[in-house]
Design a protein around this ligand. Sequence first.
Ligand code: ZN
Length: 184
Amino acid sequence: MKFCSECGQPVEFRVPEGDHFSRHVCSACATVHYRNPKVIVGCIPEWDDGRILMCRRNIEPRLGWWTFPAGFMELGETSGEGAARETLEEARAEVTIGKLFVVINAPSIGQVYLVHRARMLHPGHGPTPESSETRLMTEAEIPWTEIAFPTVYHSLRYYFEDRRGNTEGFHMLNLPHRTTLSPD
Ligand code: ZN
């Protein structure tokens, strides 16, 4: 950030009085522009036969790689509502959202991942502008070497481990920190 969104004057990157972190502070109107982590919500939609719904990404980053439906949470929705919305947007599939079962902190990129269990209401699904292909997969069909992000990989591992153990666990994972955070 270079200019204040309130008054248009240049901002400085410094620690405001009484604070502990550097912030973008307006040099003219003194507005402090806070930046906080983004929340990504997703779900693993399962159909009655035990297969789960995967999407091949049609957008960067990781174009052509596989994920389950997930995306940035919007203002005004719950994590479950966001995950259901992403499933409709990315795979044209309708789900009932179940328990939250994965929380992954990714402090190096300022993101938190919330992943729910989900049941498909019917087996319908299909490609969208965000997914070039959607497919119901057994565990053996998961393309482990073509998974788009570590968060997706770990969540899928937890999901199938739980299922083999006939449990519904809850999993928290903290990915490594980066030593410095860029002010941009
Ligand atoms: Zn200002």
